[in-house]
Design a protein. Sequence first.
Length: 206
Amino acid sequence: MIYNFRAEYTRAVRDKMLFQAALCFLCLSALFFPLSALSTSQTEQEPIIDEIVISATNGHLLLFATVSNCFTDEMLDGVRNGIPLTFRFDIRLNKIRKNWFDSELVEHKINHTLSYDPLKEEYQVAFAEKERPEVTRSLEEAKQMMADLNGLNLYPLNELHVGSPYSLKIKATLVENTFPLGIHSIIPFTSLWNFETDWRIVEFNY
């Protein structure tokens, strides 16, 4: 698909637009979503990281994982009203050393950002680990792309020692700077959108 023009906005203009969208969302939410209902829906199921798979392919250690229960209706309403969401995956690979502190081999911080274009009626997911974002009209597909790590290159296999024990630590967080500066003071219940999963630890031998 070829576009005839491309609009570029400064950071200040972008933040102003997000601020205005958030204010509109606040007004709508005050009418239709009681605060107590938001609290209940947020606490029904805690987000967790599951389906963790570590594989060795093409000379690299690869990671597959999924965050479950990471979206609420309020988050998705915010996205449709112009407020992007960013999930951050914190990943650490350690070499386990007996009777001593573990040695950290690498640390990754991977961001996935979900936004919505109301004119095109499309969701866009930008990935820190990929050069280009993915675009879809399907909300479910966009949510899945946000929640999945699909074959992330963790570490070169030739730098691992055969037979040695290793551990992988991973957690996911809703990035606080998703919202423009000062928006938390305008929308007090945005704190209900925040989440941070527990660390998941997987030990394995190469």
